[in-house]
Design a protein. Structure first.
Lengths: 241, 241
């Protein structure tokens, strides 16, 4: 139900929505309810649509009942470009994690890596919010908000050392790693492809900062104010995009 | 209870916390519980404190029981500087409003003005979240997060026209008004004192944009992605601070 509160600025469609042999889609459930109750659409209305990982376009409502929506669709425009940032963020409380996934998708991040860090509560890793269908739902809400169609990848790294030693070097090819930490000097990194690394609410421990430095990352600070993880994510993505 | 999830990076103190005739404070309730359960403080531990609208400093725990905390306190540092932005934002859903208040306080906004706009649901104005003590609570959570002590002002303007014609001109003295709207060209305003104006999820109507322009504001866009209000607030405050 919560999804009904969001403004769905684009209705994200999936291949399975297509009625075979037609240029038409049929929707039920959340998307149909949203169009009916929030858009208050009528027959003939045009809505912004997009095909998963494909183009955006328009849908023209050809049938709308209390539980089904049909539209003729055309796809004729590219989705907005992604921003040149890979987001690596320490695991967080499930409710915050959901909002960060939505924000990352909405702001145009291509890939999200979620990793363990000493000051992350181990119980966070047990949350149902990590299940693929739950992750996908949050990403879709973010894409619909921002009129994007291209689903970002989300990877989990439940151990710090394999993340920093084995996964991170590959991400850093052609991209500068930047680590947000109160220990860093304040510095606004110039806009170029980045791997943005954000720690847990309690911060990184010195060993972790050392490992990031060894991997070639720059440690920078955010000034005297300590921001919550979700605020820091939005703030830094804005500054780097 | 929800407050216990926040990292209280500074314990905000109020004159009423001072035990008369001593350099000592006594806390009960939320702050005492936070220190006990989250900081897991012990006798002699030093905690970061700040006096409401005053200096920051340290508290040394001199007594800690299951329902009371006493600290010797010294105040010796200035709180972080505010950012040169007055935030004007159309009224939003109460749960979003709470988060926006916290974020504005955490990011160092001096003054928040909340105004009515055509596409704001009238019911939002009935929310208990607008009550002074509720507003104050969210501001304090934001200040504690960001180690600030200076409580921003929050003003409500339940009618659009009096806001834009009578209140806004005073805010614009010495500050450039900038209105975020999809109708604007993408443009990153340079960093100088600003009045940042953000509309409701459904956007401003053309009449409203016209009134802002008449008042001397610049309308700018955020690019092809439409962001949620709370994401836009954080994003734009970062870019302007």
């Amino acid at each position: 139900m919560v999804a009904l509160f969001y403004l769905m600025n684009l209705i994200l469609l999936f291949p399975k929505d297509i009625i075979p042999g037609t240029g038409r889609v049929r929707l039920t459930g959340r998307r149909q309810a949203h169009v009916l109750e929030i858009h208050r659409a009528c027959l003939g209305d045009r809505l912004v649509v997009g095909m998963e990982n494909g183009k955006t376009g328009q849908g023209c409502v050809t049938r709308l009942t209390s539980d089904e929506l049909e539209m003729d669709v055309v796809f004729n425009a590219a989705p907005p470009p992604k921003i040149p940032v890979v987001l690596c963020v320490a695991m967080m409380r499930p409710i915050v994690f959901k909002r960060v996934l939505q924000t990352a998708a909405a702001m145009g991040v291509e890939a999200v890596h979620v990793f363990h860090s000493r000051q992350v509560e181990k119980s966070f890793w047990q949350s149902t919010a990590l299940q693929p269908e739950e992750v996908f739902e949050q990403l879709v809400l973010g894409l619909e908000q921002a009129k994007d169609t291209v689903v970002p990848s989300v990877s989990f790294h439940k151990q710090f050392k394999p993340f920093v030693e084995d996964a991170l070097p590959g991400l850093l090819v052609g991209r500068q790693g930047v680590v947000a930490d109160p220990s860093g000097a304040v510095l606004l990194p110039e806009r170029s492809p980045k791997v943005l690394i954000i720690g847990p609410e309690g911060g990184f421990i010195p060993y972790e900062i050392e490992k990031f430095s060894e991997a070639g990352c720059i440690v920078f600070g955010l000034g005297p104010r300590i921001l919550r993880v979700e605020t820091a994510v939005t703030s830094l993505l804005s500054l780097l995009s």
